[in-house]
Design a protein around this ligand. Sequence first.
Ligand code: ADP
Ligand code: ADP
Length: 229
Amino acid sequence: MITFDSVSKSYDSRTRKALDDISFTADRGEFVFLVGASGSGKSTVIRLILREEVPTKGRIAVAGKSVVKMPSWRVPYLRRGIGTVFQDFRLLPNKTVFANVSFALQVIGKSRAAMSTLVPDVLETVGLAGKEKRYPHELSGGEQQRVAIARAVVNKPGILLADEPTGNLDPVTSADIMAVLEKINRNGTTVLMATHDGEIVNRMAKRVIELSEGRIVRDVEHGTYGVAS
Ligand code: ADP
Ligand code: ADP
């Protein structure tokens, strides 16, 4: 589903490479944690998958297509197949939950009739059934992140990229959010999640890819946040 083959990225020729010759494959349906200190290159991996950046060297394929050689007119289609969730939710504050979620469908030209079934269905999936008319400020942080997840997956992307999705949430709420992400993954979506939350990584026992100074220093199934000492 996602393949990096000897990928390097330099933002600036005078500084250390943000990514230095990394290779990995995430198969369809996998759940992968991307861990590593701040500045290790996690967000760069995410931006390269979305083609917000292009690599300095190497090949990247998403769903079988080269992201590097892709003409710019195809990039919106690439992004339609990739849901994204961030630490800071990024909801539209003056729009209801329904509007926030249906926006992603409007962009791809879905009918009102389609929206009126797809939006309640996805809100049910994330545990927010019946909250269509609420505004973001009326919701808790955990509920706002559920709305962001609903928006990210409403058009059934093959991939969900989550960059520190629990970074602003307390441990109990974080665990609830992880249960939602796990459910979405069980439904067949490949999930790649960058995180600093060691407790979550250790409890979920999924694949862990660790970056350090732009290199992959660990890639293990059923991994932990840090190497056991
Ligand atoms: P992480 O997400 O793990 O914190 P990043 O991918 O954001 O790491 O950063 C990796 C390296 O690339 C860091 O040294 C960072 O300073 C640098 N970097 C990231 N984005 C840019 C940018 N837009 N311009 C220049 N350097 C950048
Ligand atoms: P656009 O805003 O370019 O029309 P879409 O609405 O088709 O993009 O977005 C499809 C998916 O790609 C959504 O999940 C959206 O969150 C994500 N996406 C689009 N552009 C960006 C971006 N600049 N940064 C992060 N994610 C993006």
